[in-house]
Design a protein around this ligand. Sequence first.
Ligand code: 5RP
Length: 250
Amino acid sequence: MKTSGGSDAAKRRAGESAAEAVDDGDVVGLGTGSTAAHAIRRLGNRIDSGLHVRGVPTSFASRELAADRGIPLLDLDEAVGPDAPGIDVAIDGADQIAVGAAGRVATGAEGGGDPTAAPLIKGGGAAHAREKLVDAAADRFLVVADPSKEAPVLDRSVPVEVLPAGRSAVAEAVRAAGGEPTLRRAERKDGPVVTDNGNLVLDCAFGEIADPEALAATLSATPGVVEHGLFVGLADEIHVGTETGVRVTE
Ligand code: 5RP
């Protein structure tokens, strides 16, 4: 499973902190990436100690890891619907979290941090389409990250999953919206990254993203876009692992 940025100890603290917030009987969305993998491993340990949960994986990689750790699995279609149990909580990583110029998540009406005010960029593992489905369907979405993911403003490239036939048309639309698209290539193979859904990924550089909600709406409205990596207004808790502990904003 891909590892990016930050120390593994910080990622582990974040992932394990979120896994401890899961209750007996929960259906849990299982995110993708090296930080979410720590949460999946910790849930596996808790199952060994008697916890009963079921997981909804967001990628082939998270499915494999969860199965290896003995976590019973449901497909999203089995978890969500009129007679389905629903998803109680999702735990997932992020490539960037906008925490505001003050270096902390914006303050909500009741004075505490307001995680829904912290937009995210996801999709470093090209799993953001299924991640968004699962994270948005969950009653609570817990973001897990190390401090290298925090930034005053989102400025990383936004991963955009596109239908293969729509690659050039979407790239043109991204340029018209002020972005610079780059087709994501596989690190060790001579070809493009192909998602679990059989699509391609354009990493789209927009510089500083002053209005993530507006850009998200523009990308969502572009024909050929399957899903983009801007997650706006979805986070319910943010667990940031540090070298010594965990900061939780809820
Ligand atoms: C995958 C993702 C990951 O959650 C994101 O890339 C963070 O990964 P990591 O925890 O390895 O830094 O969005 O599509």
